[in-house]
Write a new protein. Structure first.
Length: 165
C-alpha cells in the first residue's frame, strides 16, 4: 500500500491533536477530584495519571513536517501544562491557594487549547506536496541526528506511541 506525505502528516496531526484534547480534558474535568485528593491526603501520587501525555515522545524529525506557527502554539500549550504539573508536584501552598492557582492555569490552558485547535484545523486544510512512499519506508527508525528532507523519518513508533493508551 502506498502512503503519501499528506496522509502521514494528517495522521501525525490527528494523533497530536487527540493527545492534546485528552490531556486538556483530564486536567479540566478531573480538577475537583485531583484537588480534593491533594488537599485531603496531601499526596501527589495521582498527578502522573492526570498529566499523562505522549507529546514528549514525538521527535523533532516527526515535528519538522508541521508548520512553524503550529509548532509555536503546540509548545505554548505543552509548556503551560508542564508549568502546571511542576507547580502541583512541588508546591507547599495551602489548599485554597492551590485551588486558585489551578483555576488560573486551567483558564490559561483553555485559551491556549482553543488556539491550538484552530491551528490544527488550519494545518489539516493545507495541502502539502505529495510524495509516494511504500508503507515499509515509513517505518524506518528515526535518528535525531539525521535530518533528511524525506518522509522516511516519520516513525511508526511515534504514531503507535500516540495511539496506544
Amino acid at each position: 500500500m502506498k502512503i503519501s506525505q499528506e496522509q502521514i502528516v494528517s495522521r501525525l496531526i490527528t494523533l497530536i491533536r487527540l493527545d492534546a484534547k485528552n490531556l486538556f480534558e483530564r486536567i479540566k474535568e478531573r480538577e475537583v477530584e485531583y484537588l480534593t485528593i491533594f488537599s485531603l491526603k496531601r499526596t501527589r501520587s495521582h498527578f502522573p495519571a492526570v498529566f499523562r501525555s505522549r507529546y514528549n515522545k514525538v521527535g523533532i524529525g516527526d515535528l519538522k513536517f508541521l508548520s512553524p506557527e503550529l509548532l509555536v502554539v503546540l509548545d505554548e500549550f505543552y509548556e503551560t501544562v508542564d508549568k502546571m504539573e511542576w507547580y502541583l508536584t512541588s508546591t507547599e501552598d495551602m489548599p485554597q491557594t492551590v485551588d486558585d492557582r489551578v483555576h488560573f492555569f486551567i483558564k490559561d490552558l483553555k485559551r491556549k487549547y482553543d488556539l491550538l485547535m484552530l491551528y490544527f484545523d488550519g494545518e489539516s486544510e493545507d495541502e502539502p506536496e505529495l510524495v509516494e512512499l511504500d508503507e515499509t519506508d515509513a517505518v524506518a527508525d528515526f535518528q535525531l541526528e539525521e535530518v533528511e528532507e524525506n518522509f522516511e523519518e516519520l516513525s511508526d513508533e511515534v504514531l503507535n506511541d500516540l495511539t496506544s493508551s
